[in-house]
Design a protein around this ligand. Structure first.
Ligand SMILES: C[S@@+](CC[C@H](N)C(=O)[O-])C[C@H]1O[C@@H](n2cnc3c(N)ncnc32)[C@H](O)[C@@H]1O
Length: 492
């Protein structure tokens, strides 16, 4: 849900027009005649770009000269404070809030954006900065009462507010305060720490939702094609930059345009026929709704195919225990003590195809198996069970029994994990059907998607359990028949 602070209609239209005029005046910029920047605030999507007439595939929709990109090679701040920019800026465009004092691609871009914002009309990106959001609706800015709607989703632990605060405290404010003349134009009073803090948070969120990873010149010599892996906006970092206009494209799990990186420019190209009136959509990657919400502040039903859910190891372990009653308490303690990383979690996801060269996915996403890491962890754990309680060998030496214990443990753990959410899948469906709106609606999509995946995983495990039990029974019958035949032979 986008909260673009563009003011009332006229103000919004004016800033859009100023931006487009500015963009089109840049040497090398192009803007195809059959596209338009549209006000999509009514459906919470801010600005977007739509086709005003039918567009053929492979049409260049717009061209952004590299000089228009705000990044380390174009920012005046890099000239003013070169020592910060000669560090390996490509080393980590991470949002992990590392508490060290060194800069990375992420913090440098925050500093560059703050610097440009403070220059006011002297910034050559002013018309661009004017259309960037002033407020964000990502969970980073939600009060506890809204966060509670995410219930047991693991995304709550990933919001990273404390890490962002630490990053601003150690790597943003000290730089600005130590170099006021580089940041504040002559005659303007420095901002208070509180105002800088808010600005830094805003710019951090802007980068999260708007910045692009820019391929190096060498990598971009080869024009990327849709058949190559899709360039995700947060794929392994090379250089982070703000790319005017390219970042006005909204996105979805299926899409119709792609940004190509070439040495002199970035171009938006249509991937398929785009009928008049259709929104032009980019791709942010195969992200679950929880990540879309965390990074971009929105969710879409079509991203639900990429939903993930985390299953903690301790839950699996406690359910395995129920199926191993043969162990004494001391033996169980010994078995669990020898397993490393009890805090580990396993990520469940569906098997799904990548979008094709036209940005479409035509096959369904299905749950097709448990993560290999989980299977391996259970194998190792059952070995340590046998070591701690040699009597368990009698039970666990049988491969089918081992598999059954594993599946029963996981089945139980999946059920308990689903029970950790305060509402049921059915209640969430009813909330969506009855028109939940805003943050609540987005949170319900996230938690509902996770429950749905847990159910699918449980069904898959139940199917595997049936198979394993049938295999066990038929093996049992074979063994019985073998015993009978042996007895007959002995009687003869
Ligand atoms: C790169 S910007 C796209 C342009 C943005 N709409 C604007 O007005 O500046 C990314 C932001 O656009 C919004 N957005 C992108 N795709 C969307 C979609 N399919 N539905 C709703 N909002 C979307 C989200 O708020 C996201 O954080």
């Amino acid at each position: 849900m986008m909260d673009i602070d563009g003011g009332a209609g006229a103000e919004f239209v004016e800033s859009t027009q100023n931006f487009l005029q500015w963009f089109q005046s840049l040497p090398g910029a192009t803007f195809q005649q059959n596209i338009r920047i549209e006000d999509l605030r009514e459906r919470g999507a801010g600005r977007g770009i739509i086709a005003t007439a039918d567009i053929e595939p492979d049409t260049i929709l717009f061209t952004i000269p590299r000089q228009a990109i705000l990044c380390t090679t174009t920012s005046d701040l890099a000239t003013k404070l070169p020592s910060f920019f000669t560090q390996d800026a490509s080393s980590a465009a991470s949002d992990d809030g590392d508490d060290s004092k060194s800069q990375d691609g992420w913090t440098l871009l925050i500093l560059m954006l703050i610097h440009e914002a403070l220059q006011g009309s002297a910034s050559r990106w002013k018309p661009y900065l004017d259309i960037l959001p002033r407020r964000f609706d990502t969970p980073m800015f939600w009060p506890a009462s809204d966060l509670a709607e995410l219930q047991a989703s693991s995304v709550v632990a990933k919001i990273g507010k404390a890490e962002a605060d630490a990053m601003i405290r150690t790597r943003i404010l000290p730089i600005i305060n130590a170099h006021p003349t580089a940041f504040f134009p002559a005659g303007t009073p420095p901002l208070s720490d509180a105002d800088l803090w808010a600005l830094a948070h805003r710019m951090g969120s802007t980068i999260m939702a708007y910045a692009f990873d820019l391929e190096s010149d060498a990598a971009s010599e080869k024009e990327s094609t849709p058949e190559d892996d899709w360039v995700e906006d947060h794929a392994p970092p090379i250089m982070l930059g703000m790319v005017p206009l390219a970042d006005l494209l909204n996105a979805d799990a299926t899409f119709n345009a792609h940004i190509n990186h070439t040495p002199l420019s970035l171009t938006a190209v249509s991937l398929c026929p785009i009928p008049a009136g259709t929104e032009i959509l980019n791709y942010y990657g195969p992200l679950p709704n929880s990540e879309l919400l965390r990074r971009y502040g929105y969710v879409t039903p079509s991203h639900a195919r990429h939903d993930v859910v985390e299953l903690p190891w301790d839950l699996v372990q406690s359910h395995l225990h129920r199926h191993l009653p043969i162990l004494t308490a001391a033996q169980w303690t010994a078995a669990t003590a020898s397993v490393e990383e009890p805090d580990e979690t396993f990520v469940l996801e569906r098997a799904t195809d990548e979008p094709d060269a036209t940005g479409q996915i035509t096959t369904p996403a299905t749950f097709a198996g448990l993560p290999e890491e989980l299977t391996d962890a259970v194998k190792i754990f059952l070995k340590s069970v046998v070591k701690a309680a040699p009597a368990a060998t009698v039970v666990l030496e049988d491969k089918t029994v081992r598999k059954t214990v594993f599946l029963e443990g996981v089945y139980g753990a999946l059920g308990e994990r689903e029970g950790q959410y305060a509402t049921t899948l059915e209640e969430d469906d009813a909330l969506l059907a009855n028109g939940a709106r805003g943050r609540r609606e987005m949170a319900v999509w996230v938690r509902r998607g996770e429950k749905k995946l847990l159910r699918e995983a449980r069904e898959w495990v139940a199917g595997q359990l049936d198979e394993a039990r049938r295999a066990g029974l038929s093996r049992g019958r074979e063994d019985e028949q073998g015993d009978e035949q042996a007895a007959k032979r002995r009687r003869r």
